[in-house]
Design a protein around this ligand. Structure first.
Ligand code: SD4
Length: 304
């Protein structure tokens, strides 16, 4: 219920990300610059074990990053299973700006990052390695992301506190851009790619309509082309929140018992600056900022 938002990001840590993005805009940066700056805050944060540096690794102990960036003019770039590179969102932007492709994965993405001068960085920190070693004792994979009262930090070995950052930005003319960056679900199979780097799943932006981004268990988002569905709802006339709710209800109807205990959240910003969010389970929060950088962290309504 905030009019004319300039930037929205998923989760509480979206507030710090938005601050960097708004500062970039106020310094004359483009929407893409702002989205990239916002994503980089989360990627560099050692306390955030779900994005970039210090992300929880896959079951083999390797931190693999997924990211996408796009604008409303059909430009997009993405990386999946990127290794040894902190700023996946910047590499995604480089794919967009310096290759004829939209997505690079795995070794090719990592090699491209080196070629573009991104420093090789060990992403696994002692803390995230300890969490992985703890997880190895049972090696049970329960992808229950972000459930209220269970999604708090300090639960090593538990994949619940796992929060991707999705970012949407607009200017006063209603032009838009967005990004999404994550280390994916903790302790995933090596090679697993989630929704976050996939245009139309973890992120979608359309001119004169709006943008949407997703967080939670990516498999449930990919199978319904989640962000594209939310944007389609807005194109058909739904308000952002109603469009997010429609996509969440669709997942619930489609998947029934298979999504019990599973979190998915959508966040949307339309080209007029209206914001909406909705999730399966309580606990999904998001940060909304206006052009002056005044920010509120709000809690999304949930289906269950
Ligand atoms: C994924 N959607 O890789 C991401 C994880 C996430 O909050 O968003 N967690 O499936």
């Amino acid at each position: 219920p905030v009019d004319a938002a300039t930037m929205v990001s998923t989760w509480d840590f979206g507030a710090a990300a938005n601050a960097a993005g708004i500062a970039r805009l106020r310094a004359g940066g483009s929407l893409l610059d702002a989205v990239e700056a916002a994503g980089k805050v989360a990627e560099a944060d050692p306390a955030n074990h779900s994005v970039g540096y210090s992300g929880y690794p896959d079951r083999d102990g390797r931190v693999t990053l997924d990211a996408v960036i796009m604008d409303d003019a059909g430009n997009s770039g993405a990386v999946a299973a990127l290794e040894d590179t902190t700023h996946a969102i910047s590499v995604a932007r480089a794919v967009m700006e310096h290759t004829p492709h939209v997505m690079l994965v795995g070794e090719g993405a990592t090699r491209f990052a080196r070629d573009r001068g991104f420093l090789a960085t060990r992403l696994l920190t002692p803390e995230s390695e300890a969490a992985w070693r703890e997880w190895l004792k049972t090696a049970a994979y329960h992808p229950q992301a972000n459930i209220e009262n269970q999604g708090l930090p300090g639960r090593p070995g538990d994949a619940r506190n796992h929060d991707t950052i999705g970012i949407l930005a607009r200017d006063e003319r209603g032009r838009m851009a967005g990004g999404c960056t994550t280390s994916g679900m903790a302790f995933k199979m090596h090679g697993r790619v989630g929704d976050s780097p996939i245009v139309g799943a973890g992120l979608y932006v359309e001119r004169a309509v709006g943008g949407a981004t997703a967080t939670g268990v990516g498999e449930e988002v990919v199978r319904i082309a989640g962000a594209a569905r939310v944007v389609a709802g807005m194109r058909a006339g739904l308000a952002p929140m109603a469009a997010c709710e429609e996509a969440v209800r669709h997942i619930a109807n489609l998947r029934g018992d298979a999504i019990r205990g599973v979190q998915v959240g959508f966040l949307a910003l339309d080209h007029r600056g209206r914001v909406g969010a909705f999730c399966l389970l309580p606990g999904f929060t998001y940060a909304v900022s206006d052009a002056n950088g005044s920010t509120r962290v709000l809690k999304a309504s949930s289906l269950f």
